[in-house]
Design a protein around this ligand. Structure first.
Ligand code: GRF
Length: 234
């Protein structure tokens, strides 16, 4: 069987792209990154791809009068790279229904929250504001309903009392880098079966470490006294 071809769409830093490249070099991706497409000419992700000799192309959304024009150019570039799978790895443009339909069942996204909690932007700050104790990330198939497609893999991390959005983002990013390559590999090995809103994953999903939710270090210092229950009037 031919090695599955993967086209990665990026907008910025490119650390998830780096994790995919590392997995391919380690023989753990199940496919080959055929192209990296980016909507920003100044994105550091382009240099990460370029340093590995991966073909890159910039399709700047700003140069198009409207979204259909941008998406037509993007689709042309994707199709020219002949991918079996399209991966949105920090791609920060909302994609229209027609575009999404074109790649239905073969486009994955990594999102920095435990969906369906916190779709959209600014997930870490919102999670902290809500006081959640568990946060994480999700790899899902892309549907027209943004951040609501069938979930493939999730990984959780503990939220610590002294976290700010930056420290929490860094902890989540660590597990993003584990589950995105794992999800891509499962797709390439044809181990993902979409059934309605659910995805069945055949075989090993992800290294167990990705699911570890260590207790916050600060939990040892919890001093809140739990009041004794007065049962005298019961
Ligand atoms: C990641 O947190 C990803 O989940 C989100 O955007 C960020 C991209 O980071 N969609 P990077 O460019 O992969 O470093």
């Amino acid at each position: 069987m031919a090695i599955p071809r993967i086209t990665v769409l990026v907008s910025g830093r490119g650390s998830n792209l780096g994790a995919l490249i590392d997995a391919e070099h380690s023989g753990l991706l199940g496919g080959t990154i055929a192209a990296v497409l980016c909507n920003r000419a100044d994105a550091p992700a382009l240099a990460i791809a370029g340093a590995q000799g991966i073909a890159t192309q910039v399709i700047e959304h700003r140069r198009y009068a409207d979204r259909p024009g941008f998406e037509a150019a993007l689709a042309a570039a994707i199709d020219a790279s002949e991918p079996d799978l399209v991966v949105l790895a920090g791609f920060m443009r909302v994609l229209g229904a027609a575009f999404v339909a074109r790649y239905e069942g073969r486009m994955l996204n990594i999102h920095p929250s435990l969906l369906p909690a916190y779709p959209g932007l600014d997930t870490h700050r919102r999670a902290l504001a809500d006081g959640v104790r568990i946060h994480g990330c999700t790899v899902h198939f892309v549907t027209a309903d943004v951040d609501h497609g069938p979930i493939v893999i999730q990984a959780a991390v503990a939220v610590r009392d002294d976290d700010d959005a930056g420290t929490l983002a860094a902890r989540v990013l660590g597990v993003e880098h584990q589950i995105l390559p794992a999800a891509v590999r499962a797709f390439c090995e044809q181990r993902l079966v979409i059934a309605g809103r659910r995805v069945r994953v055949k075989g090993e999903v992800v290294p167990a470490a990705a699911f570890a939710v260590p207790l916050p270090e600060s939990s040892a210092a919890v001093t809140t006294e739990i009041p004794a229950i007065d049962r005298s009037s019961a």
